[in-house]
Design a protein around this ligand. Structure first.
Ligand code: SAM
Length: 255
């Protein structure tokens, strides 16, 4: 596979991150959080959707859940090292090493394309989304969750983290709600749903490899459930939804 410089940077970055992801998802409370996030994304799948692609499936925890509900789901990732971990969790799934910016599928191959945290690792966002559009059938659905930077404090913290931390690439960036909707529209999608996801549960249960406090607390699963409930309320309230760390976007190919 010929690779662009960003693609190579992502392959190198995720070679280091693959064991970290396995650790991150190894705690019951962090899996509880991830399962809630996945359920939010899966709730947008239309009935009778059979052909599902998880673009940037990483170490495959989401794909494993998809596979249970939609056997035959396909996972694609640019990082062979991330996919190697996937192979352990979803031995039955079809895993493809490839670049989302040059998808190796025929147009209209899928009913649903998921992207959970992969768009912000690419540089040509409209190009990436146009590939998603082409991979979908006319009645298909794109379901994404990406870092949201509507809140200036979150934007500043994220910029610092992406610049300083060896666990990010300096060119990675979050999106504003308005910005990501516009990117989807430029790629030929009609955006049908946008909602914020993740405040306290995202911070405290999402990344135990970075923020480890819940690891040390008894009752961390209960606390995670409480945070998830609180986050749901916050993300549903206009004004307070600014606190959301991610934005979930659902789009359909424009006719
Ligand atoms: C933040 S991780 C998310 C992984 C997984 N979706 C999850 O939620 O655990 C981003 C993933 O996108 C992948 N990725 C980055 N650029 C990509 C590209 N151009 N094509 C395919 N995958 C890519 C990375 O290798 C990584 O596995």
């Amino acid at each position: 596979m010929a690779t662009s410089s960003n693609a190579q940077a992502q392959i190198d970055l995720h070679r280091e991150l693959a064991p970290r992801y396995a650790y991150r998802y190894s705690f019951p409370f962090s899996r509880l959080f991830q399962q809630d996030w996945h359920a939010e994304m899966i709730s947008h799948v239309p009935k009778d959707s059979g052909r599902i692609l998880d673009l940037g499936c990483g170490t495959g925890f989401f794909l494993a859940e998809l596979e249970e509900q939609h056997p035959g789901s396909v996972g694609l990732d640019i990082s062979h090292d991330m996919l190697k971990v996937s192979g352990e969790y979803v031995p039955g799934a079809r895993l493809v090493t490839g670049d989302a910016e040059r998808l190796p599928f025929k147009p209209g191959s899928f009913d649903v394309v998921f992207c959970k945290g992969s768009l912000h690792h690419t540089r040509d966002h409209v190009g990436f989304l146009t590939h998603c559009r082409n991979a979908l059938g006319d009645d298909g659905v794109l379901i994404m969750s990406e870092p949201c930077n509507d809140n200036p404090l979150i934007r500043a913290a994220r910029a610092l983290l992406y610049r300083r931390s060896p666990h990010f690439d300096v060119g990675d960036q979050g999106f504003t709600r308005k910005g990501i909707v516009s990117l989807c529209e430029q790629a030929g999608f009609e955006v049908t749903r946008v909602k914020k996801y993740g405040v306290f549960a995202y911070v405290f249960a999402g990344f135990p490899d970075h923020i480890g406090i819940l690891r040390l607390l008894p009752g961390n699963a209960l606390l995670t459930r409480l945070f998830l409930g609180l986050d749901r309320v916050l993300c549903a309230l206009p004004g307070l939804s600014l606190l959301g760390f991610h934005v979930v976007v659902v789009g359909r190919p424009r006719r």
